[in-house]
Design a protein around this ligand. Sequence first.
Ligand code: FAD
Length: 478
Amino acid sequence: MSTPDEEPTNPAHTLFERFVHARQCQEVLSCFAELCHQLGLQGNGLQLYHSLKAALNFWSAKALWSKLDKKAGHKDYDQGTACAHTKCLVVGAGPCGLRTAIELTLLGARVVLLEKRDSFSRNNVLHLWPFTIHDLRALGAKKFYGRFCTGTLDHISIRQLQLILLKVALLLGVEVHTKVQFKGLQPPTGKATWTGHYEFDVLISAGGGKFVPEGFKRKEMRGKLAIGITANFINRYSRAEVEVAEISGVARIYNQKFFQNLYNRTGIDLENIVYYKDDTHYFVMTAKKQSLLKKGVILQDKADIESLLSPDNVNWDALLSYAKEAANFSTNYCLPELEFALNHRNQPDVDMFDFTCMTRSENAALVREHNGARLLLGLVGDCLVEPFWPLGTGVARGFLAAFDAAWMVRRWAAGTPPLEVLAERESIYQRLSQTSPDNTNKNIAQYSIDPTTRYPNLNLQAIRPSQVRDFYLIGKVE
Ligand code: FAD
């Protein structure tokens, strides 16, 4: 066994360290496969975790095991037996799919996670509520990403968050497949389990805002025209860059003068702006249409938003200048030589998008029954409720929903009647859209998948089983 002063020399230790520090999705997966191969380990689930722990008992790994053991020892998981006979398929390796998969494997379920992409490339930065920071620390986030929420920082890039969660998920025995797209369900032919390509009795969809499995209805929430712009610039961590203050959200109503000055000096007209210093210098802002037209970013005014923002109606160079000017003004021109970071297409990482209309699912879960075999389906993350980006509610509400979904699977595995499971899930879902750090329980150290630890005065029977009959679908998938 090596001591804190020694470099690990055992090949498995070296592989483990490479895995811990891997910075790309495929590198994480290949290091993990190599590590298991080196140790002669196969299989999945918590059994794999226990085998890894036994095989890697040097000091650096042990610090992580003690965190994960503490987590796994929570009473909600019944020592990893609560869902021991449940097979779960999770669609999407975004932050919410990964976070859900971790809870399900801690409950003892067999968990397969499918991701259609093969890389994590989103530089954009997510705001974290205190409970998400606490939660990620408890999963060992600092071990995987030393800069995780240092000092008062409360944000992380989407790709770093995915990397941390992917590593935890793999260590806890989640089976992850990338470049695999979930295309739909095949009902069981006999009295068996439902299949995609895999067999499972629970499907959790975490495929993001654009993907919703059949059977769920979306509700549109239409607000006034809102055009968002995100921009990422290279962070060189120079002294000047370190000193520039972040903007954790200025809205026009709170700082009229700032926006007036911005408009007078540059012609840029914004509703709000956020600036986070992370792996990149990240800006997200809501721009007014008139100023985008005036500055030549949007070429022609059009009634429908899709045509308005379609690539052939946008001057890309003007958009880059607009974003850069806004970034420079809002940081008092103190970020020297701003240079765009590149996205996965090797282009400047700038995006303009519409969030006039955000959607949410009418219900959080449903049950399908065919030939006597039941399948529980649940939604989490953007797939359940699309977030309003400038408010940064996405990942916090996404994690709350991930815990709620895991709780639902626990109740399902315990043999609770399906309509009761669905009614309870909908009673909890009613609370999600109103949640904020102020109206969720203050004792974040006590948060668990049990919803009563997180939502104050929760009525688990707000919705009755008789009200969710429409969410129990019998027969074939159309
Ligand atoms: P996502 O992070 O969208 O992950 C969904 C995953 O599912 C993706 O990896 C996708 O490839 C995969 N997938 C989809 N369909 C399938 C399928 N059929 N089979 C297999 N895999 C599938 N929020 C902010 O607060 N600020 C931002 O600046 C910001 N920028 C964003 C930029 C982009 C391009 C996107 C897509 C989202 C952004 N968001 C932003 C939203 C934020 O990323 C989410 O709220 C957060 O990541 C939680 O999302 P999620 O895990 O539910 O879904």
